[in-house]
Design a binder for this molecule. Structure first.
Ligand code: S3P
Ligand code: PEP
Length: 421
């Protein structure tokens, strides 16, 4: 049998560190597509070193006949749109999991606009064969309830469509802050793109302009430091996070308000609009007895809060989780299975809700499996404050968004050792 890399984690008595977070992969990948569509002159600064961005950099640079974007959802969806308007024929594929992540809504929309896309294996799923050519653009409807990445992908190519784009979103709109992040990033490059009605976005067929652009660091990655602070239960703990902005356009910056409820206070070294600065996290007493939150706008924070609330023994009801089952893994099932190993019985209902009413079982303390999902490893690691010698299988998965995570934990005083098993 192949040996599995496993880390054993022990948390320090108090957490203390200054952390250079990775850049946002969401902003990196949007600005890379815009860079490619605007003449490839000025490369965006502070691009993320994570797998999901590196794979897109390589794909856009080499544009080989077969492009394998591995596990990167944004790269898969954004490239599908990009290749549809770029001359040449390409096969776009990814990991086995990527081949199970739906893309039919995006393909249908692009085909409606005249794109030439065929499925090479299963209808509705990657791999895709895309023959690119100039598209005219126009008006169309698209469901907003499965993944905002389909909408962002279409918006990103809007400025290069002759007649621009009018998108009317139908159904519940999930991950809406990511749509707004796309629009903001596009406008940084001179695009005319905005909401023109409650459910409608209009993009003018006015080309992007080449501009210098610097990428903010990643608020989703910051969430694991909020969790580490909350679970450390030591008033001396303090973490500083570099490269974040007060008033960030990243939806996951809402993490500062959620953790405020859990006693973690955020202060910004400077509050100059749009300027990245250092953020300091400090602990205050947490008097919360139960947490309810709707994660519809920030699905990537769900694992952080589920693991954190279990560790703090705060019962919760979290809604808006409907698309967690189609991410890197079925995150609902993964959370239920792995938290049981630590003695927490969490349950799901209605396809979009996870709750914990305080029910516990005997903890086996078996190693935590990560299911090729970076956020499983990232969110379980801070639980080592509650469960010393916590074991995590396949810790290397973190490279999808946060390659330096384990080193950063070491800097903060955590013992991170390779298992000798
Ligand atoms: O556009 C983006 O950068 C992202 C959108 C979200 O996906 P969904 O829109 O599929 O929820 C999020 O989960 C993902 O990590 C990044
Ligand atoms: C869902 C995620 O990424 P993607 O969909 O881009 O693979 C994520 O990073 O949590």
């Amino acid at each position: 049998m192949d040996s599995v890399l496993q880390y054993i984690l022990t948390a320090p008595a108090h957490v203390n560190a200054k952390i250079k977070l990775p850049a946002s992969k969401s902003i990196s990948n949007r600005s890379l597509i815009i860079y490619a569509l605007s003449g490839r002159k000025t490369l965006p600064e502070n691009l993320s070193d994570c797998d999901d961005t590196q794979v897109l950099i390589t794909a856009l640079r080499d544009l080989p006949e077969t492009i394998n974007i591995h596990a990167a959802g944004t790269a898969m969806r954004f490239l599908t749109a990009y290749l549809s308007v770029t001359p040449g024929k390409h096969i776009l594929t990814g990991t086995d999991r990527m081949k199970q992540r739906p893309i039919g809504i995006l393909v249908d929309s692009l085909r409606y606009l005249g794109a030439d896309i065929t499925y090479t294996e299963k209808e509705g799923y990657p791999p895709l064969c895309i023959q690119g050519h100039q598209l005219e653009g126009g008006a169309l409807e698209i469901p907003g309830n499965l993944s905002s990445q389909f909408i962002s992908a279409l918006l990103l190519i809007g400025p290069v469509l002759k007649n621009g784009l009018i998108l009317k979103l139908t159904g519940t709109i999930i991950s809406r802050p990511y749509i707004d992040l796309t629009l903001c990033t596009m406008r940084e490059f001179g695009a005319q793109a905005d909401w023109t009605d409650i459910d409608t976005i209009t993009v003018t067929g006015k080309p992007y302009q080449d501009r210098p652009f610097s990428i903010e660091n990643d608020w989703s990655s910051a969430s694991y430091w909020y969790e580490a602070m909350a679970l450390s239960k030591n008033s001396q703990s303090m973490v500083q996070l570099e490269g974040l902005t007060d008033g960030s356009k990243q939806g996951d910056s809402v993490v500062k308000y959620i953790f405020n409820l859990l006693g973690i206070k955020t202060s910004f070294a400077s509050t100059q609009p749009g300027k990245a600065t250092t953020v300091t996290l400090r602990r205050h007493p947490c008097l919360l007895s139960r947490l309810e939150y709707d994660f519809k706008g920030s699905p990537d924070l769900a694992q952080t809060l589920v693991t954190c609330c279990c560790g703090l023994k705060i019962p919760f009801k979290f809604t808006g989780l409907s698309n967690l089952r189609i991410k890197e893994t079925d995150r609902i099932a993964a959370l239920e299975t792995e938290l049981r190993k630590l003695g927490f019985i969490i349950k799901d209902e209605n396809g979009d809700t996870l709750y914990w009413d305080g029910e516990q079982c005997e903890a086996s303390l078996a190693p935590i499996d990560t299911y090729e999902d970076h956020r499983m490893a990232l969110s379980f690691a801070p639980l080592s404050s509650i469960f010393p010698h916590l074991r995590i299988n396949h810790p290397e998965v973190v490279s999808k968004s946060y390659p330096n995570y384990w080193n950063d934990l070491r800097t903060a005083g955590y013992r991170v050792e390779e298992s000798g098993e």
